[in-house]
Design a protein around this ligand. Structure first.
Ligand code: SF4
Ligand code: FES
Length: 246
């Protein structure tokens, strides 16, 4: 396939960015999207040009680093996959592909396609944990009976990889799906009950401090989430927040 890439180039957080055109030839449909960018960068380096900076780590849908806005959609046109799992067979010969960083005030651009998502880390640090003494004998997990539905829902919530696609998909740049998942994964389990009040109040407070927008229930976050995190987690976050507030 021969393609035209329109890529956001920005030297650093302080300079203005712009879209730059890059024609690329002989792209295999079996390449991943990041492999296609690797090929482009190889060509740029050979020609003495600056390669395009983009985030990646695991390249298997686990770490949440590879966040790109592709043709206006976080992680591109496929469903239930991260950018590193997106394949070029989703595109056609002759296509023009727009590649941008995730756009949100709370995710400032660092360089080219890389944004600073440390706001998520600070929300997690505000309450996304349980405090247990892990020294001495550990208790067998089976000694704490947990309803199967709650265990399944907690596990589903815990599959959130913190990629930020929910924020990028939302017209309000809301982080409610991410925070809902991180609150739910503990709220549903007895181990999370002890710190439940502080957790939800502190995480929501930090979310607001970071400048994320409010949720207006458009549902765009759920559609673009590569892990299928359900809107039910936002409803649970609201219930947990109300309970904690009273
Ligand atoms: S909820 Fe989904 S889209 Fe949002 S950070 Fe988690 S995995 Fe990414
Ligand atoms: S590089 Fe880790 S999820 Fe894509």
């Amino acid at each position: 396939m021969n393609l035209t890439l329109k890529i956001w180039r920005q030297k650093n957080a302080k300079t203005k960015g712009k879209m730059v055109d890059y024609p690329i030839k002989d792209v295999s449909p079996d390449m991943s999207f990041l492999e296609m960018l690797d090929v482009l960068n190889g060509q740029l380096i050979t020609n003495g040009d600056e390669p395009v900076s983009f985030d990646h780590d695991c390249r298997e849908g686990i770490c949440g680093s590879c966040s790109l806005q592709i043709n206006g959609e976080p992680h591109g046109p496929d469903r239930g996959v991260t950018t590193c799992q997106l394949h070029m067979r989703m595109f056609n010969d002759g296509d023009t592909i727009f590649i941008e960083p995730f756009r949100a005030k709370a995710f400032p651009v660092i360089k080219d396609l890389i944004v600073d998502r440390s706001a998520f880390d600070r929300i997690q640090q505000a309450g996304g944990f349980i405090s247990v003494n892990t020294s001495g004998n550990t208790i067998d997990a089976n000694t704490i009976p947990i309803n199967k539905h709650d265990a399944d829902d907690a596990f589903s919530a815990a599959t959130c990889i913190g990629c930020g696609a929910c924020v990028a998909a939302c017209k309000n740049a809301s982080a409610m799906l991410f925070v809902g998942a991180k609150v739910s994964q503990y709220a549903l389990l007895p181990q999370g009950e002890i710190e439940a009040t502080d957790r939800v109040l502190n995480m929501v407070k930090q979310m607001d401090v970071e400048g994320f927008g409010n949720c207006t229930n458009t549902g765009a976050c759920e559609i673009e989430c590569p892990k299928g995190i359900s809107l039910k987690n936002i409803a649970r976050l609201n219930v947990e927040y109300l309970k904690a507030s009273f």
